[in-house]
Ligand binder design. Structure first.
Ligand code: A2P
Length: 309
């Protein structure tokens, strides 16, 4: 498996990264420090993960100790759905840069296509209707300034990508989406390939422990019989099979783990390649299981849960 994907900015993005959603504080700092020690060079975070200061601390300490160069690190962060008006994009991003203790990020994404005025108690969303093109113009300004080395989006449909692609100016380089063996996302992947957009697959292991993942889907990807059968046969773990499968499809993966053994296990998923036969049989598992349905955004003008399947 190649170690890097090349973005349409010519920048190299590692094919495997450290996902940080739901991690913060000591467990995050300890996991990230170990991940960087093992060799992870891509960190995926977001303003709304509330963990950028922890990440910044770990990165700064390693750089200070001479164990890491900022230029060898690829940091992705995301503009929150509460900050999608053009003036707010910069405010949101300045906070991320400040917390991450860096002067630039390697990739800056719009986290979701749907804007909200605020997120109230118990997660109640008060919708806003900011045009994604307005938010995009904000990201393009940050690209021109040099503080966002590449720009992209997350959780967008093909139609929404088309609206971004119709804008002039700095290009869309990167889409992040939920993708795993139960959710192949062929249409979005093909569209991105045709438009020179690198895809990052989030929840590549099927989000086994995410409480916010909609509970109506109980299918447990890591326990899938075929995945386990192949793992046994090739003497790899189920997680390594699932990650290798997505990278073989040409995607970047950002699995999350707070556990050292699993961080190392996941990192080693690039050292070999699935046979064509096993790869093809895993393709058959696609069944449209989406663990993140974002059901509380129902009714928003940019909410299209069943698009592109
Ligand atoms: P843990 O932090 O205890 O390792 P996803 O990235 O698909 O959302 O999955 C993340 C979840 O999968 C985390 O809860 C993590 O738990 C678990 N996980 C990460 N790596 C592995 C692995 N190699 N084997 C089993 N579970 C894993």
């Amino acid at each position: 498996i190649p170690r890097y994907c090349v973005l349409n900015t010519q920048a190299k993005m590692p094919t495997l990264g450290f996902g940080s959603y739901l991690l913060k504080g000591d467990p995050l700092r300890s996991a990230l420090d170990y991940a960087l020690f093992v060799g992870y060079r891509l960190i995926d975070t977001a303003y709304s993960y509330h963990n950028e200061a922890d990440i910044g601390q770990v990165v700064k300490d390693r750089i200070k100790a001479g164990k890491l160069n900022r230029k060898d690190l690829f940091i992705t962060t995301k503009i929150a759905k509460t900050h999608m008006r053009k003036a707010d994009v910069a405010t949101c991003f300045q906070k991320s840069l400040h917390d991450l203790q860096t002067s630039y990020v390697d990739s800056l994404l719009i986290h979701h296509p749907w804007s909200v005025v605020s997120v109230g108690p118990e997660g109640k969303q008060h919708f806003d209707n900011v045009d994604i093109v307005e938010t995009w113009a904000g990201l393009q300004s940050l690209f021109r300034e040099g503080s966002a080395k590449s720009i992209g989006v997350s959780n967008f449909t093909i139609d929404q990508l088309k609206r971004i692609l119709s804008c002039n100016g700095p290009p869309l380089s990167h889409l992040q989406m939920e993708c795993h063996a139960y959710l192949a996302q062929y249409k979005l992947k093909d569209f991105c390939d045709a438009n020179n957009i690198v895809v990052t697959a989030y929840s590549p292991l099927g989000a086994p422990n995410v409480p916010t993942a909609d509970a109506n889907q109980k299918k447990h990807l890591l326990a899938d019989p075929l995945i386990n059968e192949i793992a046994k046969k090739v003497v790899k773990t189920p997680a390594q099979i699932l990650l290798n499968f997505l990278m073989k499809r040409g995607m970047v993966v950002v699995p999350k783990s707070k556990n050292r053994d699993r961080l190392k296990e996941n990192f080693k998923s690039r050292d070999w390649v699935l046979s064509t036969e096993d790869f093809n049989s895993i393709l058959q598992l696609d069944c449209g299981v989406k663990y993140f349905k974002f059901s509380n955004r129902k009714g928003h003008q940019e909410y299209f849960p069943e698009a592109d399947f």
